[in-house]
Design a protein around this ligand. Sequence first.
Ligand code: ZN
Length: 190
Amino acid sequence: MDYTKIVTDADMKNFMNLVGGFHDGVVKELHMVNSAYIEENLSFVCNHKLNARFLIQRQWANPAAVEILAVDVTHFQINGSEEIYSATGQVRIDRNLDIPEYKINFDHGYFTCLKLWYREASTWLGKKVRFGHVTLPYPPKHVSKIIDDNWIMCEQCCETWEPIDKELFQQCPKCDEPHINPLSHEYSKG
Ligand SMILES: [Zn+2]
């Protein structure tokens, strides 16, 4: 699915109508990249610019999930992980830069940026992580217990889950304890 660029107020209104203000939605994932970096020789490449990708899932179809691409993020704040009741979008002229700035407010956070795209990502429902896992900073000590051909159990909290991807390392969805997945191909190979 191609990205659609938001330029005008009307574009922003259309987008917010399309996604119903993200009512009954959730910011499932967020990935931010700074174009500035430190070189291997420790010199500073000062190309300061923050770009962000958001995956927002909704309880409503068409689209059930949307990816937002925010380029040149100027402000960003997040205050919680709760569901979205009524997101709003605005296009305004930045007083310092004298160019349009795009603001999306998710109830529990907001961002502003200078360029904004979105695309339907309705196949990106479910718990599968799309932008890269955030795992706890120590290797798994426990092998989860096999319940049947597809389900494993955390021996710390007895939560059971179906690892959708066959990855070796799993994180318990309830207590976050990292586990080795005995159903993974790598594990069965020993
Ligand atoms: Zn657990």
